[in-house]
Design a protein around this ligand. Structure first.
Ligand code: ATP
Ligand code: MG
Length: 463
């Protein structure tokens, strides 16, 4: 059988062309790693990685468009149309330093030798053009039994590269695989080596885990193993951290440690919030905002915390905005407000935080309703409140100044005054009036309103 069900047909076609070109030049060439694994598991394949006996210079010579992305490790990226294929020369790695980096790589002749350096049996399968598999470590069988197993001796493999422990937790979580005993024992024995790994690499694995279909499984594995407490941004509970501060010559304690500690805590303050996590779309902002709130991280800490964990600034900030939106909404005590007052609050917040944040928050809220995070008594009420909030959300006609039918320049002209902070304030007021439906978004109507306000102000000044 030789067809792929999980690959974009165009990406596959061009990838097969890369293989054909290599084969025609007398080299060996295989699809390897994640793509072979995902196809066997019936999961969508994102990219096709290729392993070949051709040396990097030979790969460069064979293709028109190449990028030497990792030439020192034997990796050349071959570009075809809009697709990119990582083509890596068969290699083995000898001795590692810092529990992460191979001291040297040596090119080898056989694909089986190349598969030996790979981390887990399911990631160590090669596939030829005609569909033939090379699977020296029983990867297919392990996939069938939903088992996660290292290639070779787990202790040694984790000692060579400590990132593999995080990858193990991530794969066990996203695929729902059970780590074999020897892998788990090696992870417990070697967990302190995670301190050698750049935080960014740890964060990437953590992110994939949280965005996967069953993040709670990954969190449970992290809790059981205690692995994360050895991350570079290591962990200490707040009290211990302040003690350590004293001993450590007043070194300010690292907030990232507090996050790790909270992530590892067996009893999160809001466990029912965690259960809503898998119901959210796999969007980092939505999922991390819910995760952090389930750990009771306040909105003002979120952005700094995520940045310390090397999250991109935009994700850190949007995540913090959703948490702050939630806090601001709750602070209005919505259960006590009449509908009209609640509507004003909603629209105020929607203008302040923007449409996307409000919508993200609504998504979360409906996920929470699904898991009844509100308790039976108030659930019905909360559901109704969310339905009207959604209606308001959709009705708001403008969200930003640029959507207003008048510009700052128009307002300045008609007022006959010179610019100043008043202009910005007035524009915001106009936006809010229009958003609330108190003023139509029409040039004439808005300008008339501006004139009346300016006159009033003039009268006041004259008094
Ligand atoms: P993903 O679906 O996240 O891309 P992947 O298995 O493809 O998962 P990559 O980081 O793309 O992960 O790596 C491609 C392949 O390279 C893996 O399947 C594995 O064979 C090998 N590999 C990656 N990282 C390591 C590592 N730290 N140690 C050993 N082999 C690795
Ligand atoms: Mg991959």
């Amino acid at each position: 059988m030789n067809h792929w069900n999980q690959v974009d047909p165009l990406m596959l076609h061009q990838g097969e062309n890369v293989l054909r070109t290599l084969l025609a030049a007398g080299h060996q060439a295989f699809f390897v790693g994640g793509c072979v694994r995902d196809e066997l598991m019936g999961q969508p394949v994102h990219d096709l990685d290729i392993a070949t006996s051709a040396k990097p210079e030979e790969v460069i010579a064979l293709f028109e468009r190449t990028v030497p992305t990792g030439i020192q490790h034997g990796t050349i990226t071959v570009l075809m149309d809009k697709f990119a294929y990582e083509v890596t020369t068969f290699r083995k790695e000898s001795e590692y330093e810092d529990h992460r980096h191979p001291l040297s790589v040596e090119f080898v002749d056989a694909v089986a030798e190349d598969l030996r350096r790979r981390d887990f049996t399911m990631n160590a399968i090669a596939r030829e053009l005609d569909g033939t598999l090379t699977d020296p470590f029983g990867g297919q069988s392990d996939i069938g039994r939903r088992i996660l197993r290292c290639v070779g001796v787990a202790e040694e493999r984790f000692d060579e590269d400590a990132l593999r422990m995080m990858r193990a937790v991530r794969f066990a979580s996203t695929f729902g695989f059970r780590p074999v005993k020897s892998l788990w024992a090696a992870l417990l024995a070697g967990r302190d080596k995670l301190s050698y790994i750049a935080m960014e690499r740890v964060r990437v694995e953590l992110e994939k885990m949280v965005l996967g279909p069953d993040p709670l499984r990954g969190l449970a594995l992290l809790q059981r193993s205690g692995l994360l407490q050895y991350a570079k941004a290591a962990l200490l509970p707040k009290e211990e951290a302040s003690e350590a501060e004293g001993k450590d010559g007043g070194r300010a304690y690292d907030e990232t440690k507090v996050l790790a500690w909270r992530l590892l805590h067996r009893n999160p303050p809001r466990p029912e919030w965690l259960t809503a996590l898998p119901l959210l779309p796999p969007d980092p902002v939505l999922r991390w905002s819910l995760l952090l709130q389930s750990l009771e991280v306040p909105g003002e800490e979120v952005s700094r915390l995520l940045k310390n964990w090397t999250f991109p600034n935009q994700i850190a900030e949007e995540t913090a905005a959703i948490v702050r939106f939630d806090e601001a909404w709750e602070a209005t005590k919505p259960e006590l407000l009449e509908e009209q007052a609640l509507r004003r609050k909603w629209i105020h917040l929607q203008i302040e935080f923007g449409r996307d944040i409000a919508q993200g928050w609504l998504r979360r809220q409906f996920a929470l309703l699904q898991v009844s995070a509100y308790g039976d008594m108030t659930e019905q009420e909360e559901a109704e409140r969310m339905s009207v909030a959604l209606k308001w959300h959709q009705e708001v006609p403008v969200h930003t100044l640029s959507e207003l039918a008048v510009s700052g320049r128009d307002v300045l002209e008609i007022s006959g005054r010179s610019g100043g902070p008043w202009l910005g304030e007035l524009m915001k007021r106009l936006l809010l009036h229009v958003a609330l439906g108190e003023l139509p978004n029409e040039r004439q109507a808005i300008l008339e309103y501006v004139e009346s306000v300016v006159e009033e102000d003039g009268d006041k000044r004259a008094d």
